[in-house]
Design a protein. Structure first.
Length: 108
């Protein structure tokens, strides 16, 4: 039982230290407005759009994409990456929040 509590505490601290800045609730609002069209409500990617635009939209839920650091994702949002155009009109805080929300999409 003690071990379980220690694990929960350690896990809690880890997630706090990694994603302290982002507010996932506010991030979802940003995601729904700015990212969902391409990435889909659950992060799997909008297959129809990808086909229409002849681009590949990565599945945000995969461990590969979750390995991408916050800084890289932020850069992708600000200056674009490959077929992902820069997403305009977001404050630093909104970017932090939407990244924090993206982290919640990881497949269990
Ligand atoms: C116009 C469609 C489009 C929109 C809008 C869009 N993305 Fe993307 N996203 C893409 C594509 C395409 C890629 C693949 C880029 C590549 O590697 O070529 C991508 C890649 C990513 C990745 C993978 C990270 C990486 O660096 O490889 C993340 C995370 C991501 N997007 C998050 C977001 C978030 C968060 C938003 C909203 C703020 C957003 N995207 C808006 C199309 C989009």
């Amino acid at each position: 039982m003690k071990n379980v509590i220690a694990l929960i505490l350690a896990g809690g601290m880890l997630s706090v230290s990694l994603h302290a800045a982002g507010d996932t609730k506010a991030g979802k609002v940003v995601y729904d407005a700015k990212c969902k069209t391409c990435h889909g409500a659950d992060g799997a990617g909008n297959a129809v759009l990808a086909k229409t635009l002849k681009i590949t939209i990565p599945d945000i839920r995969t461990p590969e994409v979750q390995k991408v650091t916050d800084d890289e994702i932020k850069k992708g949002i600000q200056v674009g990456k490959g077929d992902m155009k820069p997403v305009k009109g977001l404050s630093d805080k909104q970017i932090e929040d939407v990244i924090a929300f993206s982290r919640t999409l990881l497949k269990p």
